[in-house]
Design a protein around this ligand. Structure first.
Ligand SMILES: Nc1ncnc2c1ncn2[C@@H]1O[C@H](COP(=O)(O)OP(=O)(O)O)[C@@H](O)[C@H]1O
Ligand SMILES: Cc1ncsc1CCOP(=O)(O)O
Ligand SMILES: [Mg+2]
Length: 276
């Protein structure tokens, strides 16, 4: 089964470089530049456009839409809903990252509203955000995973994700040391990555951008999502080997370099992706 998954996913980077899909982002102002650069590094083309007046025009040109609620405000909420609905109408995959869900009323209500009104194709967040949306009260204080949630048993997370996928109709992914992805029936685990990835802001957001990139060239959103997470994890491991000893700034640059230099050999030799 592992061989089959990697055999499919290893074709995606070449497809992206051939098709150069446009990825519309409505995202936060903390990590927006890293998201644009990781999208380019993967061979796709980013456009960041968050005004309600142009949301529909821009998304109609795109091959995928990222909705990232990291620095939410009333104006961008309107854009997220408008662009999200327009994308769904045109069958453009919508990747929703509910950054900070659980941290306050505006975020919590907006996440619920986007799930209900847009019905995203993929819901991808860190384990605290996904557990909160699935109804488990989260100990998270902001946008990072809580210590408490890091220790929740894998089987419990897996069950919650499967149920949430069935309830929302989304492919659901929870990231962390181990990443778990499900469409409600199939469950994929990715065990690549490095703990230094949580020493910089933006690894989650960049993973969401990559998920959108690969979903735009895949006809299987479960595999497109797994690919975004897998390639980010593989890049994290190599970036650590190359630059981890220099510190977190160099590690961040090395991560983008590794996506730029993604190789078939790396996925063939190092991917730890399993379907159980
Ligand atoms: N302890 C860890 N070990 C390995 N990979 C990790 C670890 N923590 C996070 N990652 C990886 O970092 C990326 C971002 O995940 P995460 O930190 O959960 O998201 P966020 O930045 O949204 O909180 C994912 O690719 C995930 O697999
Ligand atoms: C720090 C911060 N605050 C609002 S959005 C954001 C970035 C979150 O990025 P990530 O989810 O990739 O850690
Ligand atoms: Mg995040």
């Amino acid at each position: 089964m592992t061989k089959k998954l990697t055999d499919i996913i290893k074709e995606y980077p070449d497809a992206v470089r051939t098709e150069k899909p446009l990825i519309h982002h409505i995202t936060n102002y903390v990590t927006v530049n890293d998201c644009a650069n990781i999208t380019l590094a993967a061979g796709a083309s980013p456009v960041m456009a968050d005004d309600p007046e142009e949301a529909e025009d821009i998304v109609s040109l795109a091959s995928a839409l990222v909705i990232n609620m990291g620095t939410l405000n009333k104006r961008t909420i309107e854009s997220m809903i408008t662009a999200g609905k327009a994308a769904k109408k045109k069958n453009i995959p919508v990747i929703f990252d509910p950054v900070g869900a659980g941290a306050g009323t505006l975020r919590n209500e907006t996440a619920a509203r986007i799930l209900k009104e847009v019905r995203p194709s993929v819901l991808k967040g860190n384990v605290s955000e996904i557990l909160f949306i699935s109804g488990v009260s989260s100990g998270a204080k902001g946008v990072d995973v809580s210590e408490n949630d890091k220790n929740i048993r894998e089987e419990i997370i897996c069950e919650k994700i499967k149920k949430l996928a069935l309830k929302t109709g989304c492919v659901v992914a929870a990231t962390g040391e181990k990443d778990i992805i499900s469409d409600g029936k199939r469950v994929i685990y990715v065990e690549n990555g490095h703990r230094m990835m949580s020493d910089i802001t933006g690894t989650g957001c960049m993973t969401t951008s990559l998920t959108a990139v690969f979903c735009s060239v895949s006809n299987d959103l479960l595999l497109g999502t797994a690919a975004g997470i897998l390639y980010m994890g593989l890049a994290g491991e190599k970036a650590f080997n190359e630059a981890g000893n220099r510190g977190s700034g160099s590690f961040r640059t090395a991560l983008i370099d590794q996506i730029y230099n993604t190789s078939r050999k790396n996925i063939e030799e190092n991917a730890k992706i399993f379907e159980r």
